[in-house]
Ligand binder design. Structure first.
Ligand code: SF4
Length: 460
């Protein structure tokens, strides 16, 4: 707590603040200063003139200050509607992490740990071959390792690699989010952790161990899928890339070659989702109509500031072009779409660039605006002090995640659909983790089943 600031507010506005009240004001002041580039002294002057505090007494004086700050902090939303204060997320200010591990553009593992049962596996050998000086250690199990080694968030991205034998978590339906429409996607759970370091990445808040976990027993994954397939009544969409970029380490894991060979004859649409340009293994494979390679895209400004360690936008588009030229179906994800001052110009330009470089139709394009569990924001503040994206107009939504308000999401999606449809009338478009009202604004699809069928029918 900034005691000096508390004293100053209490003195200037003749009030007493309890701890919660001060935390709210401190957070709002902090975020207004970040957004508006205004000094505390000027902000206090602003409050003196605009809050009407002097006409209130007691708790109402605090509320007058808070209301005034909320209006200043959320100008777009306040102009559009009354802000429900229960939807604000005013978390305690976090100190910036010291010694936060910074990712490098070229991945170089620090230590390789392998579970006893994976000794001699092709993955361990690949790492040894590509990094001859790599420190290698045998562990009993990954679970035991992280039970006995204290995890510090500053070391989240230390490039430790764990080669494991997966025994349980092979395949699962995408949980989507509460009260929202899903798309019927299945997650092929191959790998966890990621060599990239996107500021908005939800893995930061899920993870309680450092490094990257890579299962060596792909055959067991395939056996599990064979069983799952027998129960299927129709085709499904399935893919990797949920907990680890699908291609970022493909030059070491060779996962993509084995996945493509296995899934090419299956009655499913199999997707590899990436921000990477590691496409050498893909280009060696014969394309198949049910294999889709997809890229997440954002304007160059966001790639540079929020997607650390990833290939730049032009590199991703060039990789996608090569993969498309080789005969593969490609898809794209505009996710997360971030709202900022020049977002319209930048996202319109991004759309133009995509259609200049690649030929539609694509397997699909998904769109999703920035959203996160509340627990993520303090972690991002500690790990990415320069990032401003969580100082956008985000509120606690129906699913308890912080997101842009409904009217803003509707505006963003309507515009994005229009820009895409200007170039491309055929590619199926869908929203990721959105509610029925937002879907209604951009589409006639009304249920998860409708959405799933729409995406499958257009590709099989
Ligand atoms: S590429 Fe995906 S999984 Fe990797 S850090 Fe970025 S958001 Fe997270």
């Amino acid at each position: 707590m900034n005691k000096k600031l508390k004293k100053e507010i209490e003195k200037k506005f003749c009030c007493r603040l309890n701890q919660n009240q001060y935390q709210d004001l401190e957070r709002l002041i902090f975020e207004v200063e970040r957004r508006q580039n205004i000094s505390t002294a000027r902000l206090i002057d602003y409050l003196k003139i605009n809050s009407g505090y002097d006409k209130r007494t007691g708790k109402n004086r605090f509320l007058a200050l808070k209301n005034c700050l909320v209006k200043y902090r959320y100008p777009l939303t306040s102009a559009h509607e009354d802000i429900n204060k229960k939807k604000l997320f005013l978390n305690k200010i976090q100190p910036v992490l010291k010694n936060n591990w910074v990712v490098r553009k070229t991945f170089k593992p620090a230590t390789l740990f392998f579970e006893k049962e994976t000794r001699g596996s092709y993955l361990v050998k690949n790492f040894q071959r590509q990094f001859p000086n790599l420190k290698i250690k045998q562990i009993s199990t990954f679970k035991n390792y992280f039970k006995n080694n204290q995890f510090k968030i500053a070391k989240l991205k230390k490039p430790l690699v764990f080669i494991t034998k997966e025994t349980r978590d092979f395949l699962k339906p995408c949980p989507c989010t509460k009260n929202h429409l899903g798309c019927g996607y299945w997650i092929f759970n191959l790998g966890y952790g990621c060599p990239f370091d996107c500021s908005y990445c939800y893995l930061q808040q899920y993870t309680n161990s450092p490094g990257i976990v890579l299962p060596a027993n792909l055959d067991d994954f395939f056996t599990q899928f064979d069983r799952f397939e027998k129960k299927l009544t129709g085709p499904v969409r399935i893919g990797t890339g949920e907990f680890l970029d699908s291609l970022a380490l493909d030059h070491i894991t060779n996962y993509s070659s084995r996945l493509i060979s296995y899934f090419r004859n299956k009655k499913v649409l199999f997707e590899l989702k990436t921000k990477s340009d590691k496409i050498e293994n893909i280009l060696r494979e014969k394309p198949a109509s049910n294999i889709i390679i997809s890229w997440s895209l954002n304007p160059e400004k966001i790639v540079n500031s929020e997607e650390k360690g990833t290939p730049r936008l032009q590199e991703r588009l060039a990789a996608a072009k090569k993969v498309q030229n080789a005969g593969f179906k490609v898809a794209f994800h505009f996710d997360p779409i971030i709202y900022y001052k020049n977002w319209e110009k930048d996202y319109q330009e991004l759309t133009r660039l995509l259609y200049k470089k690649l030929s539609p139709p694509f397997a699909w394009i998904s769109l999703g605006t920035l959203r996160a569990n509340r627990q993520l924001k303090p972690i991002v503040e500690q790990r990415f002090p320069k990032s401003d994206i969580f100082y956008g107009e985000l509120f606690i939504g129906e699913d308890k995640k912080i997101r842009y308000p409904q009217f803003l999401r509707e505006t963003i999606y309507t515009k994005m659909f229009r820009w895409i449809r200007h170039f491309d009338s055929k590619t199926p478009l869908y929203l990721c983790m959105e509610n029925k009202n937002i879907w209604k604004a951009v589409s006639t699809l009304k249920t998860t089943k409708n959405i799933e069928n729409y995406l499958i029918k257009n590709n099989l």
